[in-house]
Design a protein around this ligand. Structure first.
Ligand code: NAI
Ligand code: 13P
Length: 321
């Protein structure tokens, strides 16, 4: 100890696991590389794979889904027909909501596999930075704390710091709801509205996320952690975010169709925004930013009109009593 400091505590080495990653897009590939770097045996499956899901899943300790929201229900129902060990842990890394049922991905996996542990993995994790081996942190959350701790051990490394959390719905909704606010943040930057406007938007966006999350069963404090505020900051401030790009390019006059045609990968906020409008109508939740993003995506307002609508809402206290 020449500098008088204690050496860092080494991360315990887990027994190598058999990890199957479903979805070989940007995020599935980055997660596969993180698991491989930890010495796990990793198999990556996509719908283009020549191998069947049943063959790939044989002997899996972990099945991690990084499939876009639109594919989750179909893939989960095929996985249900595959022989699996009762100990297989499911991890879901998808950030979206099902348009037909409004369920989260973890709720879909848990309803298909009621006897298996389901763990949510979510945080400020732009896949391009993870692939460059830049440091990042994430959260793994489950009702089954032993499963979350096992997943923490599987992925933790000197460049990927993994925290556990007992609120899977909150962790999942943090990653999902921030995508809509990231579209709005892209619009804000695309219109060059300045730093004050951006700070106001992101802060009020977080208030909106908490409001929705509370109704859907999440804990408020989860939104102030990595999976909420952390992911909101990363996504609202990075041109690497596809959701941010959607907003930025809309503000620059592109149509949604043009943007989505040229976008590398999935911008889940577009679908999530539509599902949130359904939920807000059913549950009477006030979601002004999401509503303006929705109207912008539907070409009901221009970016400038959406801004005016938000700035000219009735004046009120910052917090409801
Ligand atoms: N890329 C990133 O930085 C991060 C992405 N995520 C989330 O991970 C999920 C996937 O994102 P990306 O990998 O970036 O998207 P991507 O577009 O690169 O890959 C999506 C994957 O889902 C598969 N897929 C889509 N529809 C399907 C269907 N009907 N059946 C079977 N497979 C289907 C595609 O074939 C592809 O393998 C999204 O929910 C995203 O929000 C979460 C954290 C970081
Ligand atoms: O969820 C992400 C970062 O945590 C990725 O954001 P995008 O899907 O907007 O690229």
């Amino acid at each position: 100890m020449p500098n008088g400091r204690l050496p860092p505590t080494p991360i315990p080495i887990p027994i190598p696991k058999s990890v199957v990653i479903l979805g070989a897009g940007a995020w599935g590939t980055a997660l596969a590389n993180l698991a491989r770097a930890k010495g796990h045996q990793v198999r990556l499956w996509s719908r283009q794979s020549s191998q069947t899901l049943a063959a790939v899943l044989q002997g899996a300790d972990i099945a991690l889904s990084a499939i876009s929201m639109k594919g989750v229900r179909d893939v989960a129902s095929v996985v249900k027909s595959c022989p699996l060990s009762p100990q297989t842990i499911f991890i879901t890394a998808t950030k979206g909501l099902d348009p037909q049922t409004t369920l989260t991905p973890s709720q879909i996996w848990q309803s298909e596999f009621p006897d298996h542990a389901v763990v949510v993995l979510s945080g400020p994790n732009l896949s391009k930075e993870i692939e460059q081996e830049l440091p990042a942190a994430t959260v793994v959350a489950s009702k089954n704390s032993a499963a979350a701790e096992m997943v923490q051990l599987v992925f933790s490394s000197s460049r990927f710091r993994v925290y556990t959390n007992p609120d899977p719905v909150g962790v999942e909704l943090g990653g999902t709801l921030k995508n809509v606010i990231a579209i709005a943040a892209g619009v804000c930057d695309g219109l060059h509205l300045g730093t004050n406007a951006k700070a106001a938007l992101v802060t009020r966006g977080l208030t909106e996320m908490v409001r929705i999350g509370k109704v859907l069963g999440a804990k408020t404090e989860t939104f102030y952690g990595l999976a909420g505020l952390g992911d909101l900051l990363a996504t609202c401030n990075s041109p690497l975010s596809r959701n941010y790009q959607v907003g930025y390019q809309l503000a620059n006059g592109k149509t949604l169709t043009e943007i989505l045609t040229n976008l590398p990968g999935t911008a889940e906020g577009v679908n999530t925004c539509r599902v949130l409008m359904q939920i807000s109508q059913q549950q009477h939740i006030t979601i002004p930013i999401t509503e303006q993003v929705y109207r912008l995506l539907e070409t009901e307002v221009t970016p400038e009109q959406a801004l005016d609508e938000l700035m000219l809402r009735e004046i009120k206290p910052e917090y409801n009593q």
